[in-house]
Write a protein that binds this ligand. Structure first.
Ligand SMILES: NC(=O)c1ccc[n+]([C@@H]2O[C@H](COP(=O)([O-])OP(=O)(O)OC[C@H]3O[C@@H](n4cnc5c(N)ncnc54)[C@H](OP(=O)(O)O)[C@@H]3O)[C@@H](O)[C@H]2O)c1
Length: 322
């Protein structure tokens, strides 16, 4: 058997601050433990939480402040290179993806990771590693948000930031449930949102409540003032899920004062949901947009891009071939 790598390159947060605090480091790598496999990561995706944590914001930053340098990233797609004891359903060379280490451990910005085999999905042949790396965190957030507010056929659903990483998947899942979907975005994303099956609402053209008839459900991917303003578009007794955790309490209080049912949520890694969405991609029922791919060493640029708040779909880090 070829010898296993004894070290891995990683992109780490060396101090809380700007994107230039991300630095490449080399770390020792152990063999996979029982029930684990070692994955050579081809692509990892960048999520807003990675940049917020790097800036020192939120719970993952608070919990890891004594633990820097800390390697961010939760989404991986790559190839199995070694198998620990008790793993029977994966073989070396298999293409896999997963949502790993959420929320405290992270570590996906790494060339190699040891992961619980049960946390990985096997990729259908016609699903690319790029798409597979884009899907876990964003897709499961979209899925679980729709579940929280029980989206069903004929519901009128408003999704804020429908062109973003989570939003573009949430739009398609809601359309697949036969809901009538409205999604906000800038004029630049109108055609993209409409191609996903929603009616596009340009948030720069005045209050959303003045642009559409009231909806049954709001899926708020913006939070803060934008999320609170959108509550005016929801019917009395309607349901709201607000996804950005930092403003969830505020948005929920405001929603409840308006007679709406409101909740925040924290995504929970669920391999079955990843498997189902990979199958949907394989069958052409779900499209995942990859806006840009940066080499691992340019992770600072990827963070600046995600912090712009203007990403269409997902951005990736090309890891193992960096
Ligand atoms: N609670 C959880 O478990 C959880 C999980 C995942 C994500 N999140 C949070 O959910 C939020 C969304 O995540 P994401 O990955 O989808 O973000 P993202 O990909 O960065 O979202 C970017 C999108 O936001 C749109 N946008 C910017 N300003 C807007 C506005 N005023 N109104 C409507 N759309 C606007 C942009 O469209 P234009 O370019 O057209 O403006 C862009 O397409 C983030 O805050 C993230 O941290 C929370």
């Amino acid at each position: 058997m070829a010898s296993l790598p004894a070290s891995t390159q990683q992109l780490a947060i060396t101090a809380f601050g700007e994107a230039n605090t991300l630095q490449i480091q080399t770390s020792a790598l152990s063999e996979p433990q029982d029930n684990q496999v070692m994955v050579a990561v081809d692509f990892s995706s960048v999520n807003p939480i990675d940049a917020k944590t790097r800036a020192g914001l939120g719970w993952a930053a608070a919990q890891n402040k004594e633990n820097l340098p800390w390697v961010p990233g939760y989404d991986i797609a790559g190839h199995v290179v070694a198998i620990g004891d008790n793993v029977t359903h994966l073989v070396v060379g298999e293409r896999v993806s997963g949502f790993i280490g959420f929320p405290l451990q992270a570590g996906a910005y790494s060339q190699y990771v040891n992961v619980e085999a049960a946390d990985l999905s096997i990729l259908p042949d016609n699903v690319s590693l790029q798409v597979a790396a884009s899907l876990p965190l964003a897709g499961q957030t979209a899925w679980q948000a729709l579940e929280k507010v029980k989206v069903k056929a004929s519901d009128r659903v408003l999704i804020l930031a429908g062109a973003g990483g989570v939003g573009h998947i949430a739009v398609q899942l809601a359309v697949a449930l036969q809901a009538t979907v409205f999604a906000t975005g800038s004029a630049d994303n109108k055609a993209f949102i409409e191609q996903l099956g929603a009616t596009a609402i340009d948030y720069r053209c005045g209050e959303i409540a003045n642009q559409i008839e009231p909806v049954d459900i709001l899926i708020d991917l913006m939070g803060g003032d934008v999320g609170m303003a959108a509550l005016m578009s929801v019917k009395s007794g309607g349901r709201v899920v607000t996804i950005p955790t930092m403003t969830a309490e505020q948005v929920c209080q405001q929603a409840q004062s308006l007679g709406l049912e409101a909740t925040g949520m924290l995504v929970s890694p669920t391999v079955e949901q990843n498997n189902t969405m990979l199958e949907m991609v394989a069958k052409g029922q779900l499209n995942v947009e990859v806006a840009a791919i940066y080499p691992l060493a340019d992770g600072d640029k990827a963070h600046q891009q995600i912090e712009s708040g203007r990403t269409r779909g997902k951005i990736l880090l090309a890891v193992n071939n960096a």
